[in-house]
Ligand binder design. Sequence first.
Ligand code: SF4
Ligand code: SF4
Length: 293
Amino acid sequence: MKISIASGKGGTGKTTVTASLATVWDKPLLAVDLDVEEPNLHLFLHPELSADTEKAWMEVPVLDAEKCTLCGDCVEMCQFKAISLMISTLTLYPDMCHGCGGCMAICNEGALGKGQRELGTIYKGRVGGTRFLSATLRIGEAMSPPLMEAVKKKMEDIISREGRDAVIDAPPGVSCPALCAVMESDVIVLVADATPFGLHDFKLAWESFSPLDKPMGVVINRAGMGTREIYTFCRENAIPILAEIPFDRKIAEAYSQGRIIAEVSTELGTIFSSLQKNIRALAAGDEEEVGHA
Ligand code: SF4
Ligand code: SF4
């Protein structure tokens, strides 16, 4: 089972929920940080990283000017304006290339060969029995989904080899990277807070991910702060509330020290154990079993 922990905006506590869930999970687990622009799951899980870090690459075209007849077919083919033809000069812009391969396939002269663009670095590690994967986007790289896809491929390899569940820390928001992260998940858990801004972004996330037609529930963080509007919205839209994490100074202190909040107190440990059970029930379609808050 793959569980994505997502949120409509940053700062909801998504990463601390992911880290805490990883510590209470009842089966062999792989914890994955897919927020490759700003990975921070390692700050809470403190994994022991292995030495075999890897660069991830994307295939991009390279021009052999001697073979090029300046026919312009590749310029027409590229939907991303990554190739231009001006007077008698063909120019490639590899940073704008999406790696579709269309230009290389269409060039009858064989003037476009295969080159590579570095996307970033992938890290592997362990926290006790839990495996860990994360990545950092290369500085200057504009697109995170290709690197995320490379991490997801490693995730699938580990899952199929070792039969682990995976908990994924998704990028915040509802743009392409967030959708890329949750796309193949079995369950989406949205982390939201009960403030008016929190509700606005939670609604955006709910509306954006709903067409994927996956089991989805919410964790309300800093419960007790803000208004009750988020509860009304969840009730009206039959969105299961999987857990409520109280607004508590001890949690803020643990967060600032990079500690796992499930380990702060017995009460918080119980909340996360119950969240884990609720996620399993949601994945199994047993909505009746989900302990509504
Ligand atoms: S399709 Fe090939 S030959 Fe035509 S302009 Fe592009 S690189 Fe040159
Ligand atoms: S591989 Fe695709 S995106 Fe990249 S330059 Fe060629 S046509 Fe454009």
